[in-house]
Design a binder for this molecule. Sequence first.
Ligand SMILES: Nc1ncnc2c1ncn2[C@@H]1O[C@H](COP(=O)(O)OP(=O)(O)O)[C@@H](O)[C@H]1O
Ligand SMILES: [Mg+2]
Length: 274
Amino acid sequence: MEENSNGVLRVKNLTKSFGTNVVLNNVSLNIEEGKTTVIIGPSGCGKTVLVKHLIALLRPNAGEVYFKNHRIDNLSENQLNNIRTHYGFLFQGGALFDSLNVTENIIFPIRQHCKITDWKDVEELVKSKLAMVGLDGFQQFYPSNLSGGQRKRVALARAIALNPEIILYDEPTTGLDPIRSDVINELVLKLQKELGVTSVVVTHDMTSAYKISDRIIMLHNGKIIADGDADHIRNHPHPVVQQFISGQVGEDDLAVLRMRGTISQTQFLPRDFE
Ligand SMILES: Nc1ncnc2c1ncn2[C@@H]1O[C@H](COP(=O)(O)OP(=O)(O)O)[C@@H](O)[C@H]1O
Ligand SMILES: [Mg+2]
């Protein structure tokens, strides 16, 4: 335990390197309960690495991570098991199991953490979670018979199966067209409103970021370079922030591309869409 804290999730002086690649450099962050915090930044800047630390899927080289004042970065996998039941997560490529139908996918985390005794309850639970994402009736479908947007929604139903207090989303709208992306945005808002969850969303979709966020944080070169609400970010004076939110290529990137002779001039590069 530690005194003098606020924030349901807290990162304190976190540094994470892979070999010589310093991805996060002394980052501190308090995430407020019941709010939606969006993390933005170019591909490879460490958004996923930061979010994985919030649930101790990665361990820092230095610094600490707290969930509700419990330090988690130094816990064993066994100890984390219990802590992680408070989280739902929707990770990049966090695919459904193709060989399991929708119901079996949704109850997967329940089976991992609880002993199922009453199947009637489980059916009710699956029904209510699917209703939450607008897919009640799809219980017997297999992932291969669902669209990309529907698969994300089933994954979201699975993420909320254990009634989490915190939901971590890593690029929830990537690969979806604007309309399907907006369905996910609406769901993020709905889950926050109806379940009162704390949400942390990694995205480089600024439409989504502006729509769902209470707060936006931008990572760049291992540091948080901007932190505030949508208006604060829109009007941020830092040129890197302006470049990012307007989808322009930075001068550094352009120089590299010109050197490689792959491009002479450009307004837009798909580097942020993986
Ligand atoms: N397990 C790993 N081993 C080595 N390098 C990693 C690992 N995970 C991430 N990285 C590196 O950390 C940096 C940040 O990655 P990531 O957080 O995935 O970026 P993004 O902001 O696109 O989510 C990248 O340079 C990536 O190559
Ligand atoms: Mg990522």
